[in-house]
Design a protein around this ligand. Sequence first.
Ligand code: AMP
Ligand code: MG
Length: 331
Amino acid sequence: MSLTRPLTLIVLLALLAIYLLRAPTPPQELRQSRLLLGTVVEIAALGPDQARLEAAVNNAFAEIARIEALMTPHQPQSDVSRLSAASDEATVASETAEVIALGLQVAAASDGALDLTLGRVKALWAIESETPRIPSSEELAEALEETGPAALQLDGRQVRKAAPQLAVDLGAVAKGYAVDRAVAVLRAAGVTQASVNAGGDIFLLGDHGGRPWRIGIQHPRNDQQVAATLLVADQAVVTSGDYERFFERDGVRYHHIFDPKTGRPGDRCQSASVVAPSAALADALSTAVFVLGPEAGLALVEKFPGALALVIDAAGGRHLSPGLQERIEWP
Ligand code: AMP
Ligand code: MG
């Protein structure tokens, strides 16, 4: 009797230890941000194994950096720089070709509202520099020569330019594409719940504890307020807004999203948010919808399965794709 008691106790303690060791650890969240793509990129990933999450998130950031190196206009050896410098054609990486293919598809569907050849227009305004300026009509007309949805032709990885002076700018699509690539890396590492946010280009992998993720859309005229909250899962949410990069002169706001018909900042919207199956598509569409305005913008989005939009027009009026009604909350 006196011998069996401590034995029973030891057995019980051993069983308890085995149970505790084998009990599933609750999912932990790993949240990291880095400066990439000219903005703050934040990745939040959930999973039981912190070390594996950390490796996956590191690899996702590395993938974003790799895509940025291909598509930035700020490095002379990038695909975009080589293409802009080329007199007629250049061969690009398959990733760059993929972005151009999607851009050309949305360019054609939007009657040229999305235009991958606005590099010279963008340079004239220099909105992102310390010294932005308002170009003259003559300068804009010249920078717009030969631009348009047919200005680039893609054949595999070969890109042909309609004219030597065309400067390519993938800024409207590349950020979303980089987000998709990061999500693909997380998925391949077995991560099933994560968010990747590149300065407002967001992908939500999986759901958020059995419920949809709740994504706040910034109020375009009050950065302390949300204009709406979108409920999404396994989808991208991307917003193009006139408040993101702009300067003001004589009470007029000049921002970074240009109407290719004029070379001037688009004036039909304050913001356009698009929900879509991929961040690259949502990114391309949000820019095009912003330029087109609410009516033509919502009609464009309807052509793409799974895509929905919330448009805030120039007067602050809200316009919704019908399918978004049950997935939106107003403040
Ligand atoms: P986003 O923030 O996605 O709307 O993209 C805006 C960026 O895309 C700008 O900073 C420019 O580099 C480029 N861009 C501006 N206007 C257009 C346009 N109409 N079509 C394609 N790219 C554009
Ligand atoms: Mg865009």
